[in-house]
Design a protein around this ligand. Structure first.
Ligand SMILES: Nc1ncnc2c1ncn2[C@@H]1O[C@H](COP(=O)(O)OP(=O)(O)O)[C@@H](O)[C@H]1O
Ligand SMILES: [Mg+2]
Length: 320
């Protein structure tokens, strides 16, 4: 198959692993920077160019859209969607998962547990807002943070208020969240591909840190995910409509609490910790998706909008 990987840099670990995995399975792979596409919007004929040329024929697009280019990157992915070129993951699904508040709203609608979360936009009622999440210490989070940046802990109501005021003044959207103290700096990261957990690791924050992100010095070990956590991760990814995802979960007293779902999960940490060929699994799923999509009608603008309104079940691949 002809595969197009959207990534800012072909030498990034995850990108190069995906390229290697695809080539070793006999596929033709191109890596292109999403910022280098020209999107052409015209009635009935969405089109796109790369470096002044028509985009080469591709069977499937694999987007790896970093947080710093979410808007343009998503516009490019959406354009592929609209041109009827299979994209794994779709723009709608990436957008849903990237906004932590939006993701949680959708998850709780499907009865999936998350840390209690509250949003406010005025400092007047911060104490009231805090009363919903058990008071301080509380987690203050940028709605679009990543790699642990944008996730803070505030020890007192005063600290919460000043953090909120500062972030609001900077134009940031934030959420306030219950601090799950019993997780003690530990969480699970599960990689879900085609509706199955294919690898999992437990991460432990370094000393004096509550965030377990590997970018923040967390340590990871490969684990077999407990069944409840596996079900929670698969359910969460289904709600988002993602086909490839990394799910962060805390160990709450009553079981898994979903923190976030990453649509372009880093592969380095998980491959090292678990020993699983995650890139190979992604390519194997891409192969199944292309085969299945060949029998299905193209995605139309209407169906994309419909998906935006109502989360759909993932119908591609999986379970084989
Ligand atoms: N409500 C919470 N209670 C305890 N720890 C949390 C909470 N939210 C986040 N964390 C810790 O912070 C890390 C980063 O939070 P996360 O929501 O995954 O954002 P990011 O996109 O920055 O990874 C998590 O992996 C977890 O270790
Ligand atoms: Mg995370």
């Amino acid at each position: 198959m002809r595969l197009l990987v959207l990534s800012r840099n072909a030498s990034l670990y995850s990108t190069s692993r995906i390229v290697l995995a695809a080539r070793s399975r006999g596929h033709d792979v191109t890596v292109a920077d999403p910022l280098e596409f020209h999107i052409v919007v015209s009635k009935g004929r969405p089109d796109m160019f790369l470096g002044g040329q028509s985009i080469p024929p591709v069977d499937l697009v694999l987007p790896r859209i970093g947080a710093s280019i979410t808007n343009y990157g998503l516009a490019v992915v959406r354009q592929f969607d609209m041109m009827g070129i299979p994209v794994l993951n779709s723009a709608v699904a990436i957008a849903r998962s990237r906004d932590k508040l939006r993701a949680m709203q959708l998850l709780t609608r499907k009865n999936i547990d998350v840390p209690r979360t509250v949003c406010a936009r005025t400092p007047d009622s911060v104490d009231y807002a805090l009363s919903f999440i058990g008071g301080a210490p509380a987690i203050v989070k940028l709605q679009q943070g990543t790699q642990g940046i944008g996730t803070m802990i505030a020890e007192t109501p005063q600290a919460v208020t000043s953090l909120l005021e500062t972030l609001w003044a900077m134009g940031q959207d934030i959420i306030l969240q219950e601090y799950i103290a019993e997780s003690r700096g530990r969480d699970y990261r599960a990689i879900v591909v085609g509706g199955r957990v294919i690898a999992a690791m437990r991460r432990q924050a370094k000393k004096g840190e509550f965030r377990s992100n590997l970018h923040r010095g967390g340590l990871a070990v490969g684990v077999a995910l407990p069944k409840r956590y596996e079900r929670a991760a698969i359910g969460a990814v289904k709600v988002m409509g993602l086909e490839v995802a990394g799910v962060d979960m805390l160990e709450g007293r009553d079981g898994p609490k979903i923190l976030e779902i990453n649509s372009s999960p880093g592969l380095e940490g998980i491959e090292r910790a678990s020993g699983v060929d995650v890139a190979g699994a992604i390519i194997a799923h891409a192969e199944r998706a292309v085969t299945k999509r060949k029998q299905r009608r193209h995605v139309t603008t209407d169906s994309v909008l419909e998906a935006e309104r109502r989360p759909r079940r993932v119908r591609l691949g999986g379970g084989t």
